[in-house]
Ligand binder design. Structure first.
Ligand SMILES: Nc1ncnc2c1ncn2[C@@H]1O[C@H](COP(=O)(O)OP(=O)(O)OP(=O)(O)O)[C@@H](O)[C@H]1O
Ligand SMILES: [Mg+2]
Length: 391
């Protein structure tokens, strides 16, 4: 059918034509945002899921909702190897600038800017184009201990937002890339704002192990956050994710075809977009039927193998590749025991520890329970079996 009208949106963070199966998460977020604005307590949230499950899409959606409910928002994507302070500085600067336009909040915004200035100098943040013309405020956010100073700064921002009759939403994507120190400081700072009942809320997203990491960093993290799982879609949601966009374009798809897509994609959102996209292009006309899905599947897999899967595999060194291939050889679905992987490689678990840690840092695998390991990319073992494992 006409590729120009193809509604599907396979990509990173690209809004799907139908955001299926996430109503609960969205409505919980919307309630939280409104509660916070009127000074009621609400837990912050960290959405947990594998690659391509729709975390970024949800964070963006929540960001939009926040803006529509009178929140100022700061959206950060934590890249590997950059400090949280560098990332936060320009965002907080921007929020304070906006708040300073509100007459009531001018004085508080000025104080907060001074705290930001202290913070920037003690953490040697390169201010670049975003320089501050205020003097630092001695004794505020300048101890050099991130946990205290970030808390001071957040409290100032929260107080300013409150004076302005607004709220502040901080959104951080890829939380797993934050260093342990940054994650701890973030948790402490959110905790402090909660205690002071400031109109601030945090939404994060990242890999499933974050819940455990946050708990290790501060034992109260468990009570501070909700951790909504962002997993594969259930059958009804997966059906809707494919059918709705097609029907919105005035076309149709058969039930057998829908079932086949759900079977092949296991309900993973990114795969659903990829299959929907190919199925639309392959089909000559409505209804899209099961035969079209057969043809679409090989195209979709080819695209995934050359893109989504490949880019991640390419980032591994030869030794690291050996490790993940050994995982895939243990079985096509995780979690895997590290000891089984070690046996496959004929090495000791201990000796493989550093290698395993490097692959975790690269975001390719994660460990949720001691001694267990799994891929962060759904169906990655199948990919390795298709492409890298010689018989
Ligand atoms: N609820 C949904 N229904 C249908 N498609 C969705 C849904 N959520 C996300 N998608 C689609 O899935 C793809 C991946 O979404 P997104 O980039 O948000 O995932 P992610 O979890 O952030 O992945 P990563 O961990 O790689 O950053 C996009 O093409 C998006 O359009
Ligand atoms: Mg993402």
């Amino acid at each position: 059918m006409d590729p120009i009208r193809n509604p599907f949106a396979p990509g990173a963070g690209s809004p799907p034509p139908e955001l299926a199966g996430r109503d609960e998460i969205i409505s919980a977020a919307e309630i939280a945002l409104q509660r916070v604005l009127i000074g009621r307590h609400n837990k912050s949230q960290i959405m947990l899921g594998l690659r391509g499950t729709g975390k970024t899409v949800l964070l963006n959606k929540i960001g939009q909702l926040a803006e529509s409910h009178d929140h100022l928002i700061s959206f950060i994507e934590a890249p590997e190897n950059r400090s949280l302070t560098d990332l936060l500085y320009p965002k907080i600067h921007q929020v304070l600038r906006k708040l300073s336009m509100v007459e009531n909040a001018k004085a508080k915004a000025h104080e907060a800017s001074r705290a930001l200035r202290s913070f920037a100098s003690v953490f040697k943040i390169s201010m670049g184009d975003v320089s501050l013309s205020v003097d630092p405020e001695p004794g505020v956010a300048d101890s050099g201990i991130l946990e205290f100073d970030l808390g001071d700064l957040f409290v100032r921002v929260g107080e300013t937002a409150k004076m302005a009759g607004k709220a502040w939403t901080l959104l951080i994507d890829e939380v797993q890339y934050l260093s342990t120190g940054d994650l701890s400081a973030l948790i402490v700072s959110i905790h402090r704002m909660n205690q002071k009942q400031l109109p601030v809320i945090f939404f994060g997203a990242g890999f499933p192990q974050i819940a455990a990491l946050a708990g290790d960093a501060k034992s109260y993290a468990e009570r501070l956050f909700d951790y909504p799982p962002v997993g594969p879609l259930d059958d009804a949601a997966a059906f809707a994710a494919v059918r709705q966009p097609i029907e919105d374009e005035g076309e149709t798809i058969s039930n057998e075809a829908l079932e086949e897509i759900v079977l092949r994609t296991e309900g993973y959102p990114y795969f659903i977009q990829e299959w929907g996209y190919q199925a639309w292009n392959v089909a000559n006309n409505s209804p899209i039927d099961k035969g079209d899905i057969e043809a679409a599947s090989s195209l979709a897999l080819k695209r995934l193998d050359e893109g989504f899967f490949r880019v991640r595999f390419d980032r591994l060194s030869p030794k690291e590749r050996e490790y993940v291939i050994a995982m895939a050889n243990v079985g096509s679905r995780g979690p895997y025991r590290s000891s089984d992987v070690a046996d496959r490689l004929g090495e000791s678990t201990q000796k493989l520890g550093p290698r395993r840690a490097k692959i975790i840092r690269k975001g390719m695998i994660y460990s949720q329970a001691h001694g267990d390991i799994d891929f962060t990319v759904p169906m990655f073992a199948d990919y390795l079996k298709r492409t890298s494992i010689k018989p």
